[in-house]
Ligand binder design. Structure first.
Ligand SMILES: Cc1cc2nc3c(=O)[nH]c(=O)nc-3n(C[C@H](O)[C@H](O)[C@H](O)COP(=O)(O)OP(=O)(O)OC[C@H]3O[C@@H](n4cnc5c(N)ncnc54)[C@H](O)[C@@H]3O)c2cc1C
Length: 437
């Protein structure tokens, strides 16, 4: 891998997401060699991926080169590499560009979409976990309308303009709101020769509340906002099948659609070598102690989504959100310094909950802070400010801010471009119609 051998201890971090970057920033100015490996050469700000999918932002405004984030640190090395396995006995990682020995290893590989074993849904649905996936979705949404224009069959048109989102967590809710705004503000102008009023946005949730984990007030208000925007909210309904044309559920509700977006869950992205059953908890996350040490190892740590720190008050570990990854990354940085430089014993991690929020559309958001809960215009303003603050890079912040102001004033989303066409397998002919409420 062309990494020099030095007298400094080598810390290898797998993953340049929120956790990996926060950790690298802490360590790279110390007397240690920090090597970060990621299969992408950029950090992705996942909370804004839905805006890329819906043409509100270009992908380069929510992604940032990892090399640039850490370019000023002389002891920092980045390698574009897919880590394939970890050999804990020999203390080395195996990657698609070679192998590398470590003194300390940190797994910060995040999570991947969980289809709960349903191969049919996995094969036919769209997901939105990475920039390329968000671009696929953007292309498909736009291609659907182009195709709808060309068919005389109203059934086909309806299927092409019918969007089904599975999972009413923040990702599903934000996506549904954005699609509803496109339907209202953009489709009539772009497709005057198509009856886009017939486009349907459906969000399906297995439980009886949306935005589970947020306050009842936030959940109820978010549902009101969605309904105001014309989104069909289907609760207590579990999607069980999708053959690329027809969605089936646990109730008698079915949908005919060309686009099923799966936002119903994630599980840990483990790496071979650290994926033995006894190391994992349900959700495929690696069990760690309060210092983020992986069970049975003194020199291997895990942070962020992939890590599960079980404590008496957190029997299922922390939420898989950016704040946990950021805080664990920074905290582990301090602990590794204590450990490596023998500056006292490591300190247990304590999460400082700074709140949760979701936006449903223009002037519509819900915010739960530890002390205050509010919804509406002020919440939407706070949501924007917080997201701008956490974006990496001045240019990205400036570009996103300008885009948001422009989109707000002009009721527009100009990144509705099919740059990289997405070819979906041809739809099967099926004449069943979506059952409406
Ligand atoms: C669409 C979406 C919306 C979200 N919205 C919010 C939100 O509004 N608020 C919030 O707090 N959280 C949100 N989250 C969750 C949040 O993004 C995650 O909790 C956070 O990214 C976790 O950080 P991490 O560092 O653990 O992992 P990630 O940020 O996922 O980073 C993992 C990194 O590891 C790399 N990697 C993985 N496996 C390998 C391998 N084998 N080899 C090399 N590299 C590898 C990946 O390329 C990636 O760069 C959202 C997530 C998604 C997908």
């Amino acid at each position: 891998m062309n990494i020099p051998q030095t007298s400094y201890p080598r810390v290898v971090i797998i993953g340049g997401g929120f956790g990996g970057i926060a950790l690298a920033k802490k360590l790279a100015k110390q007397e240690m060699q920090v090597v970060l490996l990621d299969k992408h050469n950029y950090h992705t700000f996942q909370p804004l991926l839905y805006q890329v999918s819906t043409g509100g932002l270009e992908p380069d405004s929510i992604a940032y080169p990892i090399r640039k984030i850490l370019s000023k640190y002389p002891n920092f090395y980045f390698r574009l590499a897919l880590v394939e396995a970890i050999d804990t006995a020999k203390k080395k990682v195996n990657t698609d560009i070679g192998e590398l020995k470590y003194d300390y290893l940190v797994l910060a590989t995040g999570s991947r979409t969980n289809f709960f074993g349903n191969k049919e849904i996995e094969a036919n649905s769209m997901i939105m976990k990475t920039v390329p996936e968000a671009l696929n979705l953007r292309s498909l949404i736009l291609e659907n309308f182009e195709e709808a224009l060309l068919t005389d069959s109203l059934d086909e048109q309806d299927a092409l303009m019918n969007f089904v989102i599975v999972g009413a967590g923040p990702t599903g809710v934000e996506l549904a709101g954005a699609l509803a705004e496109i339907k209202k503000g953009i489709l009539p102008k772009d497709y005057p020769d198509l009856d886009t009023r017939r486009a349907q946005i459906n969000i399906v949730q297995s439980g009886d509340t949306i935005l589970k984990g947020m306050s009842d007030k936030a959940s109820i208000k978010a549902e009101d906002f969605l309904e105001e925007l014309g989104v069909n909210v289907w609760k207590n309904t579990r999607v069980i099948g999708y053959d690329g044309d027809m969605v089936t559920t646990t109730t008698d509700l079915t949908f005919r659609t060309a686009t099923l977006i799966w936002a119903a869950g994630v599980h840990g992205e483990t790496v071979h070598g650290l994926d033995a059953k006894e190391l994992l908890v349900p959700g495929n996350r690696v069990k760690v102690n309060q210092y983020n040490q992986v069970t049975g190892f003194n020199d291997i740590f895990a942070i962020g989504d992939v890590a599960c720190m079980v404590t008496p008050d957190m029997p299922n570990g922390h939420l898989m959100v950016a704040q946990v990854a950021l805080q664990q990354g920074a905290h582990l940085g301090d602990n590794l310094l204590r450990l490596i430089e023998k500056k006292g014993s490591m300190k247990p991690f304590a999460y400082h909950d700074k709140g949760t929020m979701a936006t449903i559309g223009r002037n519509k958001a819900v915010v739960d802070l530890p002390r205050y809960k509010f919804q509406g215009f002020f919440a939407w303003f706070v949501w924007m400010f917080v997201h701008l603050f956490f974006l990496i890079g001045f240019r990205n912040r400036a570009v996103v801010f300008i885009n948001w102001v422009y989109n707000y004033v002009r009721f527009d989303r100009e990144a509705r471009l099919i740059i990289r066409p997405y070819k979906k397998p041809k739809m099967k002919v099926n004449t069943m119609k979506q059952k409406k409420a």
